[in-house]
Design a protein around this ligand. Sequence first.
Ligand SMILES: NC(=O)c1ccc[n+]([C@@H]2O[C@H](COP(=O)([O-])OP(=O)(O)OC[C@H]3O[C@@H](n4cnc5c(N)ncnc54)[C@H](OP(=O)(O)O)[C@@H]3O)[C@@H](O)[C@H]2O)c1
Length: 216
Amino acid sequence: MTSIAIIGAGPGLGLAVARRFGREGFSVALIARSRDNLDRLTAELRESGVTAAGFTADVRDPASLSNALAQAGPVEVLQYSPRPAREFMLPVLDTTAGDLIGPIETSVYGPVTAVHQVLPGMRALGRGTIVLVNGASAVRPRAAVTGTSVAFAAESAYAEMLHDALRPEGIHVAQVIIPRGIGGGEPSHEPGVLADLVWAQHVGRGEFRTFAAPLD
Ligand SMILES: NC(=O)c1ccc[n+]([C@@H]2O[C@H](COP(=O)([O-])OP(=O)(O)OC[C@H]3O[C@@H](n4cnc5c(N)ncnc54)[C@H](OP(=O)(O)O)[C@@H]3O)[C@@H](O)[C@H]2O)c1
């Protein structure tokens, strides 16, 4: 059975993507910090017939992230989508160097750690998909959300380079940009619709960057 790892799995997008890939026969490895969160998600998935397991890790702690992915085993698909902390989103003039540590650890060191951990398995399989999910500040910095704007820009650069480097090996790297809030009433932003978009990146293997909806 082929599998997906969802790093930063919660009841919104994480669960919806787990269901979407589960419906296609994937087993699902969910990674997040809270055991309670993971237990709730895996129970829901198992009830609907999806093979799922949860592994605790903090993406800001590279050793814990590598360890969780090692326990999950080889994956064909990796989704990197931890929800950014509120304190990552300070106004630009209030943001100190120290305030950028969390965003950079989360959005740069985390993805690099995860990619290095899963790549050997994808290479052995001869295929793979890596999907990174971000808000609009990844492509349009916004002074009200400085940490994510800075760190998502770095994550975008890394992911685009990775896309070009891995394409010859049949490993597709995609970035999904979600402008505005998930589940805020826009039909395009319902978790199930966004999960279909992630699935489409996996099967379509098209452009590097996709938008869930046009930017404002
Ligand atoms: N929600 C929005 O309005 C919105 C808007 C635009 C883009 N996005 C993007 O959508 C993705 C998130 O989707 P969602 O908001 O629906 O979230 P979700 O899938 O419901 O949950 C995300 C999970 O990330 C986990 N997480 C946060 N920090 C973590 C860390 N340091 N280490 C490990 N796990 C961590 C949290 O679980 P634990 O607390 O158990 O760790 C949380 O439950 C992100 O890529 C985000 O950039 C969201």
